[in-house]
Design a protein around this ligand. Structure first.
Ligand code: FMN
Length: 195
């Protein structure tokens, strides 16, 4: 029997319908843990969800710092603010990195689909010099057109599988807060908390 959708998905789907995806709602912040135990945080672009709906997709460069951090410590926390509707989702879970050699064929196919769906200028960034190294001359960033059917070897699809969701809605007074926790493989608990 297919797993039931997570209960917080109704709220997130509504927030995505009611907030313009660009420029406001398509971006979230993702925090990871560095090797020295300090947090690292950055903006990422939301690339969709995998069914039954509690896996969030984003993409990144194999050579970015977050990949080393997630390889050592796969747990991450994302924060997603919806400006127009005054809602926030705090999303905790584990990130799986999907490259060309990933064992799951469905995830490899998803990686190829997302690569193809990307804009050309975004695909070309994967042929740029390695991120986080001293700046190279502009000429090094003049790269040939990408192949939409051949994901760059350093292109990673990242799958954030959620385990805990903390939701707050600032529109009603008092504010609304729900806490959701994954229970086993397919279920979620939901509890109303004081905001
Ligand atoms: C609006 C916006 C969207 C971004 N989207 C992504 C993204 O989807 N994936 C990504 O790896 N970096 C994205 N970045 C860049 C990251 O915020 C970050 O600077 C870069 O990934 C390096 O992070 P790291 O050194 O912690 O790995 C985006 C930046 C901005 C400002």
């Amino acid at each position: 029997m297919p797993a039931a959708p997570a209960p917080w998905r109704t709220l997130l789907d509504r927030a995505l319908r009611e907030n313009p995806i660009r420029p406001d709602a398509g971006y979230l912040q993702l925090a990871t843990v560095r090797a020295d135990g300090r947090p690292a945080n950055r903006t990422i672009f939301f690339r969709g969800m995998l069914d039954p709906g509690d896996r969030i997709l984003f993409t990144t460069n194999l050579y970015s710092a977050k990949v080393g951090e997630l390889t050592a410590q796969p747990y991450a926390a994302a924060c997603w603010h919806f400006l127009a509707t005054r809602e926030q989702f705090r999303l905790d879970g584990r990130v799986e990195l999907v490259g060309a050699a990933h064992s799951d064929a469905a995830l490899r196919a998803e990686r190829a689909r997302v690569w193809k769906e990307k804009r050309e200028d975004s695909r070309q960034t994967f042929a740029w010099p390695r991120p986080g190294l001293p700046r190279e001359p502009d000429a090094a960033f003049a790269v040939p057109p990408s192949d939409p059917d051949a994901p760059a070897p350093n292109f990673l699809l990242c799958v954030l599988s959620l385990e805990e969701v903390d939701y707050i809605d600032l529109r009603p007074l008092p504010h609304l807060r729900w806490h959701y926790r994954r229970q086993g493989a397919s279920g979620w608990s939901a509890e109303a908390w004081n905001p």
